[in-house]
Write a protein that binds this ligand. Sequence first.
Ligand SMILES: Cc1cc2nc3c(=O)[nH]c(=O)nc-3n(C[C@H](O)[C@H](O)[C@H](O)COP(=O)(O)OP(=O)(O)OC[C@H]3O[C@@H](n4cnc5c(N)ncnc54)[C@H](O)[C@@H]3O)c2cc1C
Length: 219
Amino acid sequence: MTDIEYLSDSVFVLSLSVPKEFTFVAGQFVIFEFEEDGKKHPKSYSIFNPPSESGVLKSCIKLIDGGYASEKFRKMEAGEKISFRGPMGGLRFDESNKNHFFVCTGTGITPFYSIFKEFVASNPDHQFTLLFGTRLEKDIVLRSEFEQMAAEFDNFTYLITLTREDWSGLRGRVQEHLPESVAETSFYICGLKDMVLDTRQKLLDQDVEPEHIKIERYT
Ligand SMILES: Cc1cc2nc3c(=O)[nH]c(=O)nc-3n(C[C@H](O)[C@H](O)[C@H](O)COP(=O)(O)OP(=O)(O)OC[C@H]3O[C@@H](n4cnc5c(N)ncnc54)[C@H](O)[C@@H]3O)c2cc1C
């Protein structure tokens, strides 16, 4: 069964029924395989739901105008089937530190949502900070969900920075809002390549050990 729920004009959550035996670790991704003219066209998507929610596989997907997979998804109807490979990927929750700083833009939020749902409530002695960057206030994905999470859990902090709009919150790129103190902190970065590599380099320059920087690049 395929269910589709739009979060905005161009972002939707795809839900697939999967066998209960399908297991994954929060932070991993799958590869959807689109078939056309006898050929398979693979496209990777992070898993949105936590592993504890079994029997379902969700992804939070941004539609790109003219994009190959995006156009396939746009035409997809509830109930349609889609094949995939996986899970795979090395973006994992790093329990060796008690501070966790998550940096993402756009649908880079997807694997983090899975990690938060899996670990925030069950690890009250760990501190989680989400720094989410986007252009405009209207593009903030899942804002009310995360505001609710921040209100419910003392160990979850939610920061938003906007690049193209004046507002009461943080302004500028995510790279400009990394914490000054990086001691005993694990970092997680997810989104488009330039942001991921630039943020990673900034953290390395601050002497964060490479093994405490987990990344997933979307291109
Ligand atoms: C490990 C991994 C996990 C991923 N997880 C997700 C996920 O959870 N959700 C998600 O939405 N995407 C995710 N992606 C990106 C996804 O695989 C596709 O690249 C994306 O959906 C665009 O595919 P497309 O076929 O529609 O566009 P394409 O036909 O591949 O590209 C069309 C054009 O759009 C540009 N483009 C591609 N992506 C973007 C973007 N995000 N913003 C602006 N321009 C873009 C391309 O450079 C190209 O010029 C992930 C990628 C990787 C490698």
